[in-house]
Design a protein around this ligand. Structure first.
Ligand code: GLC
Ligand code: CA
Length: 566
């Protein structure tokens, strides 16, 4: 990108200009026929990623793990999971990416480890400095030390028969929380971070990072809260201090990008973490826009889920653009490995599959911030269909369903089948669809998790053969973003906030102005923004043939998405 002028308060940096591609290794590409995606499988596809035009790969955990939560339960931070290959394979992947000027960021999971991690094993035996590496508490085996609930369902405490004490786990019982109050824990984590930075990686995505500081005494939470204990363990008392120290002692010495995951956090609160001298986090995954279709009690509401209004969505997105992206920076995403497929959730995965997937691509790639593409989005992969609990793999979905059954809220899976098919994390984890070969070309063996039936139509080979495919749309928008500083640094302004079908905005940098008109509906819509002079509008990109040359001259068709230079 040439060094054109930038918006006053925004300094240029490579990670602002980058487009990130997220890989969930288990489901990406299997190179040896054991049915499990692996690192050599990713290396085989580096060329593919280069063709798409992405700049950074975010690799979900590839560390040694017993896989209770598909790698988010780490047994050894410095070893590669056997199923995924060897450290030499990983080094080759890094070299292949770097050889094409692509960067690699790794997942940093340090709120918890696996219960099979050596630290936990030694801690449960009260060995030396490891004794207080986790949160251990006394108590009768029938009465957890406080009322906190696990994010994956059930109590946040399990009793360990060996040490005869309770230990805390905000996630699964196999994911005990590290005791960050202990300075030795913090030092060990920093050493591990430096070890990876020395191997040449380009940054981290920091898992559940807002949970690492717990208050002294671990007080009971409000029993009526949606997640009991959350007010205590989210953004705990020392969080900024811990993050700042991690940054100063590790990342500050390298040229990296960092993105923190902060679930359940308001935009105001997110802003406290960003900016110079704050926490060393460049941007954040915040989920306010993804709450737009929650039911009244959050994502796991039994009723009222799946409904959303475009006007609400625009308001939330605009708030984040104004208060995060304009002031600091934003991570732009709709999908990842924890949420449903974006075209099924925010588009129309049947009648307007191609159009709506391309519209969503236009949205993600034309806002201010760093866009993240989750594997398969570039070909419009959709949600799968799960008929029984047995067909699911995800520890969270299964835990939540069991919690509802135990609480007597439902009698059987049948009662939440609709909800599970709407929001399960498993939708994002079906194997990548490469071709119309058996198992979508993902493996020559039996895939670890079922391939979506629609792979015969939706696959990479078909997308590459079609000049108008969703894939081509992503590719061409990524390359446009690389050409136009305005799409990266330009100021964002929302038009027509009350329009129920159109999401329209401008991006302006210096004297260049780009107009984005998205008809986010299955009915025609009229663009009538009075303050836009469309007379010299030039179409830069569109997902339809013959889009209106002048955006005011005629209606936009269902899911029509057009980018103009004004
Ligand atoms: C994050 C990850 C998710 C994982 C959880 C526990 O939310 O994205 O996949 O289950 O943390 O590590
Ligand atoms: Ca394999």
């Amino acid at each position: 990108m040439n060094g054109a002028a930038v918006v006053e308060n925004s300094t240029q940096s490579w990670w602002k200009e980058a487009v990130v591609y997220q890989i969930y290794p288990r489901s990406f590409n299997d190179s040896n026929g054991d049915g499990i995606g692996d690192i050599p499988g990713i290396t085989e596809k580096v060329e593919y990623l280069d063709d798409l035009g992405v700049d950074v790969v975010w690799l979900c955990p590839v560390y040694d793990s017993p896989n209770h939560d598909n790698g988010y339960d780490i047994r050894d931070y410095r070893a590669i999971m056997d199923e995924f290959g060897t450290m030499a394979d990983w080094e080759e992947l890094l070299d292949e990416l770097h050889a094409r000027d692509m960067r690699l960021i790794m997942d940093l999971v340090v709120n918890h480890t696996s219960s099979e991690h050596e630290w936990f094993q030694r801690s449960r035996r009260r060995e030396g400095k490891y004794e207080e590496y986790y949160y251990w508490r006394d108590g009768s085996p029938n009465e957890p030390p406080n009322n906190w609930e696990s994010i994956f369902g059930g109590p946040a405490w399990s009793y360990d028969d060996e040490r005869e004490q309770w230990y805390l786990h905000l996630f699964d019982e196999n994911q005990p929380d590290l005791n960050w109050r202990n300075p030795d824990v913090r030092e060990d984590v920093k050493e591990m971070i430096t070890w990876w930075l020395e191997k040449g990686i380009d940054g981290f995505r920091m898992d559940a990072i807002n949970f690492i500081s717990k208050p002294e005494g671990l007080p009971d939470g409000d029993p009526d809260a949606r997640l009991v204990g959350h007010e205590h363990y989210a953004h705990g008392p020392h969080i900024h201090e811990y993050l700042q120290a991690v940054y100063d002692d590790t990342l500050a010495n390298y040229d990296t990008m960092t993105v923190g995951e902060m679930g359940g956090t308001s935009i105001d609160k997110i802003a406290e973490y960003l900016g110079e001298g704050n926490s060393g986090l460049d941007m954040m995954f915040q989920f306010n826009h993804l709450a737009v279709d929650d039911g009244p009690n959050g994502p796991w509401s039994l009723d009222g889920w799946g409904e959303w209004e475009l006007t609400d969505f625009k308001e939330i997105v605009t708030r984040a653009q104004d208060e995060l992206a304009a002031e600091f920076w934003e991570a732009l995403f709709l999908g990842n490995h924890d949420v449903p497929r974006i075209v099924s959730r925010f588009g129309d995965d049947e009648e307007y599959h191609e159009e709506s997937a391309a519209l969503i691509a236009t949205f993600l790639l034309t806002l201010r911030g760093t866009p993240y593409i989750y594997q398969g989005e570039e070909i419009g992969m959709t949600n799968a269909e799960f008929d029984t609990l047995d067909e699911l793999d995800d520890v969270m979905t299964i835990g939540k369903v069991e919690e509802l059954i135990d609480a007597g809220a439902i009698d059987s899976f049948e009662e939440v089948r609709g909800l599970v098919n709407y929001l399960s994390r498993d939708h994002a984890r079906t194997p990548m669809q490469w071709s119309d070969d058996p198992h979508a070309g993902f493996t020559d063996g039996e895939p670890w998790f079922g391939v979506n039936d629609n792979y015969r139509d939706i696959n990479v080979d078909a997308a590459l053969a079609d000049e108008n495919s969703i894939w081509r749309h992503y590719q061409s928008l990524i390359s446009l973003r690389h050409e136009l500083d305005t799409l990266v640094y330009g100021e964002y302004e929302l038009l027509l906030p009350d329009h129920e079908q159109l999401f329209a905005y401008t991006r302006t940098l210096g004297d260049e102005e780009v107009l984005v008109v998205l008809n986010w509906s299955d009915e025609p819509a009229t663009f009538d923004a009075a303050d836009i002079d469309p007379s010299r509008a030039e179409i830069l990109r569109s997902n339809y043939e013959q889009s209106p040359e002048n955006p005011r001259e005629r209606e936009f068709r269902p899911y029509e998405a057009v980018l103009y230079r004004l």
